[in-house]
Design a protein around this ligand. Structure first.
Ligand code: GLU
Length: 516
């Protein structure tokens, strides 16, 4: 068991877009597999055809690609030795039926012929009798139409007549089920809490409970890493493995903690209103006609998104917060995953993006900027479109931004000469004395042989001194004359980048406007 090759599957059901909780599961599966030089597999669990959503499978594949957590085996990533990887296609292999029959033969599963109405009546009966959790189990099954209550002959006849039926797991009454979870340690559940789960449906399709076990065994999975919502059904799964004689071969289990709302109050929902996306990519659900924005389309870097997700429930055991994917692979361990829920923090998520933004070179940022704002750039003068100028703009504004998508709003004045000026600043700072300062500095700057930030700053100070005006009284007006707005990066750097001709031109225009 211990020397088994590490094989971890991410096994989503294509019932909708993959939300960030799902991506977190995929990420942890990926990190664990890579850490142990193992395989990461994408298996599509599409046995519930009634919940199938068009486009979901493609969305899952594209999301994993964008996040850079690509399976080395499975649907959309090249078939491996265990193809097919879609359960609907695996049904034709006859494996699900084979294992279900084996359970029946061993006396651990049975046929149930109850109709929807009969099941409904059972539920009402149990509710009327104030049974806390009405379910098909060791007690209630005794009053139902199944191969445990009907005679062998009757069962045979019903089966031969093709009567619709399901196959259910025969869960024993009052038995202790113990299993080990890497994150939670030993878990003990009494079988009274476990219902007789349907294993094979009347259409011959397996349920998740049977199908994933069959496939985990057939595909030689070493670990099943999944969300906490699957913990309650794990005891039933243990019984299935046990009854199939496969308990020693079953994958090791690890149930990841929930992702909680920012206030810690309950599970994060895909309709969360914290203002940040809940999905990696834009997603439109054609069934519900709901649209969701993606992290990608909101201007997030996938590395930042992944870094943030990695820390939702895991930590490296120190204060480090920024991790490359390689570092995450190196440091990841399931033992360092918390049991308790992890709070989603929108502000921190933006912070992560900002950190990655700052790490990009000016050349990288300029390329991203040019692609994103190509349309806007097409309207500006040639010298403002040069890579060097755009890189300079990116260098100056990146400190103020969380996202590249904010760059235009933060720095449009680099490209477009202002035509309006911050009214608040004018009201507060425009007076005959400050106006004469703008006139004076315009002339002084036009004489500067080297138009560098240092020289400009020097000229700014000496002009203020000459006119006997404290710099604090003219600085903001000077900024507004150049940029139109009251805040921004270091002003003398802005002038240097704009160069002398454009700076003087802006001061002239501002003077006309200020003198009106
Ligand atoms: N198909 C299940 C899901 O959608 C997979 C659970 C598991 O990993 O076992 O979450």
């Amino acid at each position: 068991m211990t020397d088994k090759r590490v094989r971890v599957r991410f096994a989503p059901s294509p019932t909708g877009g993959l939300h960030m909780g799902g991506v977190r599961t995929a990420l942890f599966c990926y990190l664990f597999a890579k850490k142990h030089q193992g395989d990461f597999i994408l298996r599509i669990e599409d046995t519930d055809q009634t919940r199938y959503v068009n486009g979901a499978e493609e969305y899952i594949i594209n999301s994993l690609k964008w996040c850079g957590i690509e399976p080395n085996e499975g649907v959309g990533f090249g078939d491996g030795p265990f193809a097919p990887y879609r359960q609907s296609e695996r049904k034709a292999l006859g494996i699900y039926k084979k294992y279900a029959d084996q359970l029946i033969a061993g006396g651990h599963a049975y046929y149930a012929f109850d109709t929807a109405e009969e099941l409904d009546e059972m539920r009402k009966r149990l509710e009327a009798a104030k049974v806390a959790a009405p379910q098909y189990n060791a007690v209630s099954r005794q009053n139902m139409r199944n191969s445990l209550t009907l005679s062998e002959d009757e069962v045979k006849k019903l089966l031969e007549a093709g009567t619709p039926h399901v196959i259910r797991l025969k869960v024993p009454r009052n038995e202790e089920i113990r299993f080990h979870d890497i994150i939670r340690g030993w878990v003990v559940v009494n079988s009274t809490q476990v219902d007789d789960k349907v294993l094979l449906k009347s259409d011959g399709m397996p349920t998740y409970h049977l199908a994933h076990i069959v496939d985990d065994i057939e595909m030689q999975m070493s670990h099943a890493i999944r969300g906490e919502e699957w913990l309650p059904s794990a005891p039933a799964h243990i019984l299935i493995y046990r009854y199939l004689g496969l308990e020693a071969d079953m994958p090791k289990l690890a149930h990841l903690p929930l992702i909680l709302k920012p206030d810690g109050n309950g599970k994060l929902s895909k309709r969360d209103k914290s203002g940040l996306p809940m999905f990696p990519l834009n997603w439109y659900d054609e069934r519900t006609k709901e649209s969701y924005v993606g992290y990608r389309e909101s201007g997030f870097f996938s590395e930042a998104f992944i870094n943030m997700l990695a820390l939702l429930g895991w930590n490296a055991g120190n204060a480090q917060e920024i991790f490359s994917k390689e570092e995450l692979i190196h440091l990841f361990s399931l033992e360092r995953v918390n049991k308790s829920g992890a709070k989603f923090d929108p502000e921190k998520t933006k912070w992560f993006n900002q950190q990655y933004l700052r790490k990009k070179t000016d050349t990288e940022l300029a390329t991203l900027f040019s692609a994103l704002f190509a349309e806007k750039l097409s309207t500006v003068a040639a010298q403002k479109k040069t890579p060097a100028f755009i890189q300079g703009v990116c260098r100056l504004i990146k400190e103020k931004a969380h996202f590249i998508t904010e760059f235009w709003d933060l720095g449009s004045y680099f490209f477009i000469t202002p035509v309006s000026y911050d009214a608040e600043v004018l009201k507060k700072r425009l007076n005959p004395q400050s106006l004469s300062f703008i006139k004076e500095i315009k002339s002084a700057l036009s004489l500067l042989p080297h138009f560098t930030a240092t020289e400009i700053e020097h000229t700014f100070k000496s002009t203020a001194e000459k006119l006997n005006i404290p710099t604090g009284q003219v600085m903001q007006l000077f900024r507004v004359a150049i940029t139109g707005v009251g805040g921004g990066p270091h002003l003398f750097d802005i002038l240097q980048l704009l160069e002398k001709e454009e700076s003087i031109n802006r001061l002239e225009k501002a003077l006309v406007a200020f003198e009106k």
